[in-house]
Design a protein around this ligand. Structure first.
Ligand SMILES: [Zn+2]
Length: 107
């Protein structure tokens, strides 16, 4: 999704991973989006591989403002990994994004 790279540049100093798949997927009940991180090492060559994915549920989003806000939410999670909560660290990051104007066009 182009918006991921745009947000990465504008609000995350382009520091978030570029090897990520962002797309639509129907998720379990009550889930708007998921951030999946799979990391494994192959025995043959000992190399580490990873697959990063953000899935947004199309059934729970009614327009770009809403799903782009969800995308920003998941991007905050990605930045804070392995921290996975909505506590103080998450809220601080969200506030920073807000001050940078990330939500200006979404509200
Ligand atoms: Zn969350």
């Amino acid at each position: 999704m182009r918006k991921y790279e745009e947000f990465n540049k504008l609000y995350f100093d382009n520091q978030l991973p570029h090897d990520i798949n962002v797309g639509w997927n129907e998720l379990e009940k009550n889930m708007y989006a998921t951030l999946a991180v799979n990391i494994w090492t192959t025995e043959a060559d000992g190399l580490e591989h990873r697959v990063l994915e953000i899935h947004l549920d199309p059934r729970r989003h009614y327009g770009p403002e809403q799903y782009l806000a969800t995308l920003l939410h998941e991007m905050i999670h990605l930045k804070l990994l392995p921290y996975r909560f909505h506590g103080k660290r998450f809220k601080n990051e969200r506030r920073l994004l807000m001050l940078k104007g990330a939500f200006d066009d979404l509200l």
